[in-house]
Design a binder for this molecule. Structure first.
Ligand SMILES: [Zn+2]
Length: 799
């Protein structure tokens, strides 16, 4: 134990501040303290250092990617749009598109977090440099604004003048401009907090005043209309600016950024999440949680609580991720959505922020349980162990594999949040109150609790070994409570020793075991963490289940079929969505307990095998976070022998047809928000809706809509469209490829009660030599076009 002088302690307390969102007890950053009782305070990220283990490895890769990126390239459009000469060439992917600049905000936060988590000056220097540059851009712009999105000045000036045209991801022709701004606000807050950079605060306040002025003449109706377009956590950002400055106008603006349409049912404890964009909503609730802390408004706490409960219990997969194709699906129907575009990473990144708030208010072990689940089985999974590249979605399609970003031409939203994810693993391992410490996660790390003059070194190879060891060092003996989480996956009594002597204390799963005593330097606490195999069945579909070992999701290893040179790095996050999958074995378990048919392979790594239940063969299982660069499955179909014999032919036929379709598929679009954006949706007099759990798009009389879709360039292809068989009304429309009509379709109760598909061959002269074609659905006079539920370009047989 190194002795820290009192003077040094004070200096460190001032310099270091809280990890984004969850309250910290004596936080010098914020002038407004929480108005609500806080049961468990977060530590400063710089109080915790990771020790060797999978999280530290991931952090190292995350740090490397941060240093690999060039600030001048991320700043390129900020300078350009401020009328200054760019110093670096803009990166590709989303950074060259309408959302450019979003990465810089995340990057600022990532640098600030990496500095707090390591103390390395290189991150501080980068953050400071970027803030200097932003200050120059802000000065050049002259009105407080600074931004990297195309046409930002104009589109926000239009907003100020009351011109507000919104649609999902669009505001006055821009792609989620407030979302992009939110990243910048958050980045500046973090650089002020973690790096003590005063100029960051100055730029932030200039930017906040710009936002106040911009919106001062907007009516509530106009403001709410603006909020139809995804805006990140602007309510959170403004609440934090209020907390930094004590100026009420920022809190007022924060409240205006509350989306009433989404909040209203949640305030009534109603789940109306089906079909809405998941990661658009989660940050709004994080913002509401922060507003509750700063205002004490009880209804906001209840809403945050209800939302968390609803999402984690009815809209989340076993890995803690939620939604499919970025949207919440019908409650309790996730078994229909095991796809390559399930569980977007940003969604879980934001759910973890929300979880930190809820834990701090309640010290309820359930929140820590979810945090652990999502951290091991989603966040840790999303980084490529070879190159440190990041995932957009965490595929849960049985037999699929992971797709990672390419380093300089992807820059998806999840690349941005991913820059932060892997350098802040230290943020939720420990919490505290005046009476003592909470140990929430079993991650090798060292906590330096400066105020108490105590260090806790957690030595563990968990989950590769079923135990952890806490070694205390302190200058003087200290009395207090050590609370060790009793996770949901240990259903027996916790076995804990202090200096080798068994602790007699009661605890329940989802709670904490408390040791209240006088602690001395060198005390050693050993905690047994016995893990068991467990099945987690899907809601409303008990024959589909995931296999878990303690908190760890196990994935079946299914080889590398179909991997070629281009797989698995991509600038397109969904390019492999339609790649064929191999058959995934089914498990004939006959309802027997899982330990009878899954066996651990001896050794200190987590390897398992199914025994005698796999058809056509048994499989090896490893932790999901290790299942990289290969095909895998997380969810299995379970049968008894009798059920299997009965269903076998039909099941195999269904798989055969599915595989046949996948093998023919060139490209797929569904009318969900991001897939439409990826396919350059255009349209007039067109709208989306939801029916039978699926999104559709149609056009009203006089209207049309179109998508750009991949073409083969050579050989015959066709377009297969999925329609609802019960359509009524006048629905007659032409289907056009690059302006040429290829078919006319009339829809009228073609197959009542079910969906059906129509395939339209596309003449080869329309596709030859082309990588992309535009498919347009054009109404006939007085008639509607669609609804289209899915459009798919397929290879056709040669004539
Ligand atoms: Zn994302």
């Amino acid at each position: 134990m190194k002795k820290i002088s009192a003077v040094l302690t004070i200096v460190m307390l001032i310099a270091a501040t809280a990890v984004a969102s969850a309250p910290e007890q004596r936080d010098s950053t914020y002038q407004v303290a929480p108005k609500v009782p806080i049961k468990a305070y977060a530590f400063n990220l710089d109080d915790v250092r990771l020790l060797d283990g999978p999280f530290k490895d991931a952090m190292g890769r995350g740090e490397k990617y941060i240093m690999d990126l060039e600030p001048d390239r991320l700043l390129s459009r900020f300078r350009e749009y401020a009328g200054l000469e760019p110093k670096g060439k803009i990166y590709g992917g989303w950074e060259s598109q309408g959302i450019s600049g979003h990465t810089l905000g995340h990057y600022l936060t990532a640098c600030a977090l990496a500095y707090a988590a390591t103390g390395e000056k290189c991150y501080l220097e980068r953050a400071n440099y970027i803030v200097d540059e932003l200050a120059l851009c802000q000065k050049a712009n002259g009105n407080g604004f600074v931004g990297g999105m195309p046409n930002g000045k104009k589109l926000f000036a239009d907003v100020a003048a009351g011109k507000i045209e919104t649609a999902n991801f669009g505001l006055n022709g821009g792609w989620v401009p407030w979302y992009t701004m939110h990243k910048l606000y958050a980045g500046l807050v973090d650089v002020y907090k973690y790096c003590g950079n005063e100029k960051a605060k100055t730029v932030l306040i200039g930017l906040s005043d710009w936002a106040c002025k911009l919106s001062e003449n907007l009516t509530d109706e106009q403001f709410q209309s603006m909020l139809k377009c995804e805006y990140g956590g602007m309510n959170d950002a403004m609440a934090n600016v209020f907390a930094l400055t004590k100026e009420k106008k920022y809190f007022d603006l924060s409240l205006r950024f509350n989306d009433k349409k989404v909040f209203a049912p949640l305030l009534r404890n109603e789940d109306k999440l089906e079909g809405i964009h998941a990661n658009t909503q989660i940050p709004k609730i994080v913002g509401a949680a922060r507003q509750y802390e700063l205002s004490g408004k009880e209804e906001l706490r209840k809403m945050a609580d209800f939302f968390w409960e609803t999402v984690t219990q009815h809209h989340s997969f076993v890995n803690g991720g939620s939604g499919n194709a970025e949207c919440f699906q019908r409650r309790g129907e996730l078994h229909k959505h095991l796809s390559p575009v399930a569980s977007e990473t940003c969604g879980t990144y934001n759910m973890l922020k929300l979880t930190r708030h809820l834990f701090s208010w309640t010290a309820d072990g359930r929140y820590a349980d979810y945090y652990e689940r999502a951290l091991y089985n989603h966040i840790l999974v999303t980084q490529d162990p070879k190159r440190g590249m990041l995932m957009y979605f965490c595929s849960l399609k049985p037999g699929h594999f992971h797709t990672y970003s390419s380093p300089y031409d992807a820059f998806w939203c999840c690349t941005g949040s991913g820059l932060e994810n892997h350098v802040k693993y230290g943020d939720s391992i420990y919490f505290h109150d005046d009476e003592g410490l909470y140990v929430n996660l079993f991650i090798a790390s060292e906590l330096n609790w400066k105020e108490k003059g105590i260090k806790v070194r957690q030595e563990t190879r968990f989950p590769n070994e079923p135990k952890t060891r806490l070694v205390l060092s302190c200058d003087n003996p200290i009395t207090g409570k050590l609370r060790i989480r009793h996770p949901y996956w240990i259903d027996s009594a916790m076995q804990v020793t202090v200096n080798g002597k068994k602790v007699e204390a009661e605890s329940q799963p989802r709670g904490f075991l408390t040791i209240d005593r006088n602690w001395a330097d060198g005390d050693v606490v050993e905690v047994a963490l016995p893990m068991k195999l467990r099945l987690e069945k899907m809601e409303n579909c008990p024959s589909k289940a995931a296999i878990m070992y303690g908190p760890i999701v196990l994935a079946g290893q299914l080889g590398r079929e179909g991997f070629s040179g281009k797989v698995p790095y991509s600038k397109y996050h969904m390019v492999y969505a339609s790649m064929p999958t191999p058959d995934v074995p089914v498990l004939i378990t006959n309802d027997k307990p899982i330990d009878q048919w899954v066996k651990k392979v001896p050794g200190d790594t987590l390897k398992f095998k199914t025994v005698g239940v796999g058809r056509p063969e048994d499989v090896s299982l490893i932790p999901f976070h290790e299942a990289h660069h290969q095909r895998f499955t997380v969810y299995w179909d379970l049968f008894t022998e009798a059920q299997w014999q009965e269903i076998k032919e039909e099941y195999e036929e269904r798989l055969r047809l599915k595989r046949e379709l996948e093998e023919k598929t060139v490209d797929v679009v569904t009318p969900d928000m991001q897939p439409e954006r990826d396919h350059n949706y255009q349209g007039k007099g067109s709208a989306t809706g939801r029916y039978h759990g699926k999104m559709y798009r149609h056009a009203y009389p006089g209207g049309w809509f179109s998508y750009d879709m991949m073409s083969l360039g050579e050989g015959p292809i066709g377009l297969t469209v999925t329609y609802w068989g019960g359509e009524t009304g006048n629905r007659v429309f032409d289907i056009m490829v690059d302006g040429k009509k290829i078919a006319t379709q009339k829809l009228s109760k073609d197959k009542p009660g079910e969906f059906f598909k129509v395939t339209y061959p596309i003449p080869e002269e329309l596709t030859k030599g082309k990588e992309k074609i535009t498919i347009r659905f054009q109404t006939h006079e007085g008639a509607m076009a669609g609804g289209l539920y899915e459009g798919r370009i397929v290879k056709m047989e040669k004539k």
